[in-house]
Design a protein around this ligand. Structure first.
Ligand SMILES: *Cc1c(COP(=O)(O)O)cnc(C)c1O
Length: 385
């Protein structure tokens, strides 16, 4: 049985006519850059998420960069974030010359721990409370980037309270959680600015790179818009600030239009697949299947169980590998231990919950079109291991 990690072919067979039609329309009108499909998809996705504005951009990483630029993040600023995420979350902070400060995660949701977040901010402000800080002098607390890892929103009520208490901005890195929900609100509406990604493997993917920022703030959307195109001002030949080439391609917007037509249905299908895994993996000894707290909805960007320990994980991964079933590790090295951040001075042991998760976690195939018998086959292999 050949089981792909993510099956984009099945999806394409459903929407092929629409995708080709939409792309043809772009080829006809020829507005490859900032064509009408851009504002159309911005409007549709913002409405779905429940935000006032959407701003298409070239990738999830550019969305984060644009958000940080719009919030005037600069050298000397500290931005608090999770180490248990894709590199780009902290990379963009450092690219602005600012310093990421890593806060350990909740062991169940794998998202940033709001209590530790508050204590770490207090530590930066001088409290002697044992929280670990980077080896950088004279930092000012500016903001928080929380990540909705694997498609599950972080605890925004608690995080927002911490942000307000310390007067910090809050960016939601929703690269994996477009379509998720938190206490009656959609993911992508939970920060001052939210950033998502349309990388093909994300829940809503295009056929290349793409991303979007969402905000309710009229001033921030103007800043984002300006930074997206080289800091343009009202006069297109007078650039009023610095920016990037951060636009979403019109062709990718055309693809997204077709993909979004079936997206809400795909979110339901993902839920069903996750429920089936939960049922099939419930009695595997030593394995912890992912769980979703009351009031949350995950969009299941990844389905990541925890093995008992790293040896158990190796056994499971070898057994899956033997049957050609991919089981990649997200993420094997937490960001505080990445070589690129070694100057921050973090040590193994500084974020123990993230390090423990990194040593035991693995992902198994997850997409809306996974069939029950494929899932039974995967579960059986895991059980035997
Ligand atoms: C994928 C991802 C990004 C970056 O998105 P790209 O579109 O690949 O640039 C940022 N943060 C998280 C959590 C991601 O999963």
């Amino acid at each position: 049985m050949n089981i792909p990690f993510i099956d984009l072919k099945k999806q394409f067979s459903r929407i092929e006519k629409q995708v080709r039609g939409n792309m043809d329309a772009v080829l006809e009108h020829g507005a490859y850059v900032m064509g009408p499909e851009i504002s159309a998809i911005e409007g549709r996705l913002a409405e779905y998420c429940g935000t006032k504005h959407g701003l298409g951009c070239a990738s999830g990483t550019d969305a984060l960069t644009l958000a940080l630029m719009s919030l005037d993040v600069k050298p000397g600023d500290a931005v608090f974030t999770t180490p248990f995420t894709f590199f780009a979350t902290a990379e963009t902070i450092a690219l602005m010359g600012a310093t990421p400060i890593f806060v350990d995660i909740d062991p169940v949701t794998f998202n940033i721990d709001p209590e530790k977040l508050d204590k770490t901010i207090e530590a930066l402000k001088g409290a002697d409370n044992g929280m670990v800080l980077p080896r950088v002098e004279g930092l000012t607390a500016r903001g928080i980037i929380s990540v909705d890892i694997f498609g599950l929103p972080a605890d925004y009520e608690a995080i927002k309270a911490v942000a307000d208490k310390h007067d910090l901005f809050l960016i939601e890195d929703a690269a994996q959680s477009f379509g998720g929900e938190y206490k009656g609100k959609r993911a992508c509406s939970l920060g001052d600015i939210t950033c998502t990604s349309f990388f093909p493997a994300k829940p809503l993917g295009c056929y290349g790179d793409g991303g979007m920022c969402f905000t309710d703030d009229d001033k921030l959307i103007e800043r984002l818009r300006s930074h997206r195109i080289h800091g343009m001002g009202p006069d297109r030949y007078d650039n009023v600030r610095l920016g990037i080439t951060g636009r979403l391609d019109t062709l990718q917007a055309a693809v997204l239009q077709a993909k979004f037509d079936i997206f809400p249905e795909e979110v339901d299908l993902r839920d069903k697949v996750a429920d089936t895994y939960a049922e099939l993996l419930a009695d595997v000894e030593g394995l912890t299947a992912p769980s979703v707290p009351e009031g949350y909805r995950s969009v299941w960007a990844q389905y990541c169980p925890l093995a008992k320990d790293s040896k158990h994980r190796t056994r499971i991964q070898s057994a899956l590998q033997e049957k050609n079933i991919p089981s990649p590790i997200y993420y094997p090295i937490p960001l505080h231990l990445q070589t690129a951040f070694k100057d921050l001075g973090y040590q193994a042991g500084d974020c123990p919950v993230s390090e423990d998760a990194a040593s035991r976690i693995f992902a198994i195939p997850m997409h809306p079109y996974l069939e029950r018998e494929q899932q039974e086959y995967i579960a059986e292999i895991i059980k035997k291991a």
